[in-house]
Design a binder for this molecule. Structure first.
Ligand code: NAD
Ligand code: MG
Length: 395
């Protein structure tokens, strides 16, 4: 790429967005920020715009756009609002690379717009791939879109695969992809005590600081379940080729096991700036501001098999992956509804898995080979989960 890499950062005000701008700010000679988007926390977005002077900023609605526009008088940033504007900045001719870091299903349409425009896509928004894997990957191969995983596990797998990997694991001599998981804050909590855990406890992740939704997903291990489905699409892996390993220290970010007995892994301190810098600069390497790994300090690395009684959400995700069709989109939608209810104190922690299981049972199987079918599955999953919440509330 000649000149500076021109970036649109979708979800700039979130945890991944902040880490991305931290890396970008270390390399002004390499990167130029063309567009930033944020849904709430306009104060943060305003500060980011003053600092990085993007051509465009996108917010949720026109009232917020008016407020941000006033706050940015004289900065030279045009403020836009709504989903069409998100899709628009993701596909701008003056953008080379799109960081897709909106959380949840809301990220699907702008991420897909970036894919369709053939941008280099840095994918943090795993939910987009879980919902719409077939449609998404078909567009990626049709456009030849460069797709780089930001999720630390998938970034580690990407780094541990041969550079020439073309979607055929067996041809590269790969037996299995091993995704590591920390086990979250409740890895050792007595199962009976899980009924009482609070959103604050669920969001207090031992190793990573993240947004609230993904923090709860990490506690239930639905995050790993979503990542199993993400790996299925990114690496064209069969369910039998994906294994989850609990590794409480979060130093090995994932591994690839080859048929000759070799296992390659990527290690590092748990800091998202590493995969972000890797993907931003790929195939170069740049400073990410991350402290060098000190193995003497760490001392030991442990591994455990996940206990599926403790983590029923992981089983539900494998079940949805094997069922295929609309099941992953329903799983994802029901999870978003259940996690939001838990975060708002309307649902007990163990009931998150129950609401998802009941939603999967309630929605009839269907194909999702068009975007319309994906969106219909998403709606059906949300309606089913909301229905379960009402039943629980009434009883
Ligand atoms: P976050 O909650 O901190 O930030 C989410 C961002 O999305 C914010 O900028 C928010 O304004 C924006 N957003 C929320 N709802 C929106 C909507 N309806 N329309 C438009 N924008 C909206 O989340 P995060 O932790 O940064 O995670 C972002 C994505 O990256 C998620 O898909 C998550 O699974 C993935 N991810 C995060 C981490 C991490 O360490 N935080 C690691 C791996 C993957
Ligand atoms: Mg991850």
């Amino acid at each position: 790429m000649t000149g500076r890499q021109r970036l649109a950062i979708l979800g700039a005000t979130g945890s991944i967005g902040l880490s991305t701008l931290d890396v970008v700010a270390r390399h002004p000679e390499r990167f130029e920020v063309v567009a930033l988007t944020g849904h709430r926390r306009l104060d943060i977005l305003a500060a980011q715009c003053r600092r990085h002077r993007p051509r465009y900023a996108v917010v949720g609605d026109s009232a917020d756009a008016k407020r941000l526009g006033e706050a940015l008088a004289g900065v030279g940033t045009e403020v836009l609002a709504g989903v069409a504007a998100l899709e628009g900045v993701a596909a701008l001719p003056e953008v080379d690379t799109v960081m897709a870091a909106i959380v949840g299903a809301a990220g699907l349409s702008p991420t897909l717009a970036a894919v369709r425009a053939g941008k280099k896509v840095l994918l943090a928004n795993k939910e987009a791939l879980v919902m719409a894997g077939a449609v998404f990957m078909a567009e990626v191969s049709r456009r030849g879109t460069p797709l780089l995983p930001i999720d630390s596990e998938h970034n580690a797998v990407f780094q541990s695969l041969p550079r020439a990997f073309d979607g055929n694991l067996a041809a590269c001599g790969v037996r299995k992809v091993l995704l590591t998981a920390s086990g979250g804050p409740f890895r050792a909590t007595p199962i009976e005590a899980l009924a009482e855990v609070t959103p604050e406890q669920a969001c207090a992740h031992p190793n990573w600081v993240m947004g609230r939704k993904i923090s709860v997903d990490s506690a239930t291990m639905m995050n790993k379940g979503l990542e199993v489905i993400e790996a299925r699409w990114l690496f064209n892996a069969m369910p039998e080729q994906i294994e989850v390993v609990i590794h409480p220290q979060s130093i090995i970010h994932s591994l690839v096991q080859y048929v000759d007995g070799s296992v390659l892994a990527q290690l590092g301190n748990p800091d998202m700036r590493t995969p972000i810098a890797h993907a931003l600069a790929y195939p170069d390497r740049i400073d990410a501001g991350v402290a060098p790994l000190d193995l003497f300090e760490i001392g030991r690395l442990n591994f455990e098999r996940p206990d599926l009684r403790r983590f029923p959400c992981l089983s539900l995700a494998f079940q949805a992956l094997r069922a295929g069709g609309n099941a992953p989109a329903v799983l994802n939608a029901a999870n978003e509804v259940a996690v939001e209810a838990f975060l708002e104190g309307r649902l007990a922690y163990p009931d998150i898995a129950q609401v998802i299981a009941a939603s999967l049972d309630a929605v009839p199987a269907a194909a999702t080979d068009t975007l319309e079918a994906v969106l219909a599955a998403d709606r059906a999953g949300r309606e089913a989960a909301l229905g379960m919440l009402l039943v629980r509330h009434a009883s």
